[in-house]
Ligand binder design. Structure first.
Ligand code: 2PG
Ligand code: MG
Length: 428
């Protein structure tokens, strides 16, 4: 048995060059472990609130106050606690914070501490984190969805949709999934270069989109899949994160890049046509975070042939997942630990999704670091899909590479991808 001796925080830098919180947990046994909080750009209103310094320094994004909260409030509150009791550690932090949205101590502080404690517990048990989480359960690698073009808030609105993703649903291993998507990614880059449109990459490493319309980006992705030698739909399919909260205001949906305004029904008709015309198997946040009716209508119309994911819509809160999914909105949940702020609450959200028969996808944020915790959570908790951004920039590649290592260490694995995913694809 080992206890928490100290919890120390420092400010480090994320993939956008902004400050973020790193935490080091020291145990009485001498074990030391660390974790770093990620940060979103297109955040949901219901997310745990980050504690930032404000003012002019680093665009107000400094985390000195969060570092202080860890060192002066969280560390004394956790000192002496059993490292193996993650629920008690997380509950103690929530109690010390005392707000419903973690705004006093900061969701960024709590996330880094919670994950660092989890790493420390696994090291104390002398197990890789994924194995510490899975216990004796048989586990497998998740199917990745990998961004090829990055738009929306991650590319200064150059197109309205946020993520144009490749899902290698025909691959038979994680290793092969990455190999296939690497070919698609490079084919997409080559095509853009030939057209004189390669402007480098957006926040998550996907190519900066220079397209005349949102749909043109989808067409370019289909072409890239073909150019890489794969059959769209059979080998590699398309996922979209529409992040529609970003283009929703005053009850309408506004695609600024095309100067078009839609009501809920018009937007749904466009989505339905796209699902007909393109090998799209997954759409995230197709309607805004508060548009329950939109998500219900989308699920009713397309849910039998499309994965419909709620991200900002659920913000990894178990209660919100239960309430909204029971109303028939969405058939899948995006899971991001820092949306809710602790490992235990993330687990509760995942359990709620599983209990309702929803798919789940563990996801990184647009602001990331070398921290690879989410890959271990995905494998250890048996989450069937993983979303990490694109196939460039080391904060993304660190996670894909960690998945490769785990796949090699695993030996015997569950069928890949999990059989229950995208059931309509296997129908004749
Ligand atoms: C999302 C994420 C990751 P952000 O919307 O799914 O792509 O973006 O971290 O900016 O919320
Ligand atoms: Mg999203």
């Amino acid at each position: 048995m080992s206890h928490i001796q100290s919890v120390r925080a420092r400010s480090v830098w994320d993939s956008r060059g902004c400050p973020t919180v790193e935490v080091v947990v020291q145990l009485s046994s001498g074990v030391q472990a660390r974790a770093i909080a990620p940060a979103g750009a297109s955040t949901g209103a219901g997310e745990a609130k980050e504690l930032r310094d404000g003012g002019h320094r680093f665009k107000g994004l400094g985390v000195d106050r969060a570092v202080q909260a860890v060192n002066e409030v969280i560390s004394p509150a956790l000192k002496g606690m059993l490292i193996a009791d993650q629920p008690a550690i997380d509950a103690a932090m929530c109690l010390a914070d005392g707000t419903p949205d973690k705004s006093r101590l900061g969701g960024n502080s709590l996330t880094a501490v919670s994950l660092a404690c989890l790493w420390a517990a696994s090291q104390q048990a002398d197990l890789p984190l994924w194995r510490y989480l899975s216990g004796s359960d048989e586990v497998g690698l998740p199917l990745p969805e990998i961004q090829i073009f990055g738009g929306g808030a991650h590319a200064k609105g150059s197109v309205d949709l946020q993520d144009f993703l490749a899902i290698p649903n025909g691959a038979t291993s994680f290793t092969q999934s990455l190999e296939w998507v690497a070919e698609v990614y490079h084919a997409a880059g080559k095509a853009l270069t030939q057209q004189g449109k390669n402007l480098g990459v957006a926040d998550e490493g996907g190519f900066w989109p220079q397209f005349g319309s949102n749909e043109a980006a989808i067409e370019a992705l289909v072409k890239a899949i073909e150019a890489a030698g794969f059959q769209p739909g059979r080998d590699v399919s398309i996922g979209l994160d529409l992040a529609a909260t970003q283009y929703h205001a005053d009850g309408v949906y506004h695609w600024r890049s095309e100067n078009k305004i839609f009501d809920r029904d018009q937007l749904l008709q466009i989505y339905a046509r796209w699902v007909n015309d393109y090998p799209i198997i997954s759409m995230e946040d197709g309607f805004s975070e508060d548009d329950i009716q939109g998500m219900q209508a989308m699920t009713q119309l397309l849910g039998h042939r499309l994965q419909i994911i709620g991200d900002d819509f659920f913000v990894t809160h178990a209660s919100r997942i239960k309430e909204r999914a029971e109303m028939g909105a969405c058939n899948a949940v995006l899971i991001k630990p820092n949306q809710v702020g602790t490992v235990s609450e993330t687990w509760q959200a995942l359990k709620a999704a599983k209990g309702l028969g929803l798919d789940s996808i563990i996801s990184a944020r647009s602001g990331e670091t070398e921290d690879v915790s989410i890959v271990h959570l995905a494998v250890g908790w048996g989450v069937p899909q993983l979303k990490v951004g694109s196939f460039s920039r080391s904060e993304r590649m660190a996670k894909w590479n960690e998945g490769l290592r785990i796949e090699q260490d695993l030996g015997r694995t569950l069928p890949y991808p999990r059989k229950h995913l995208f059931p309509w694809l296997s129908k004749p």
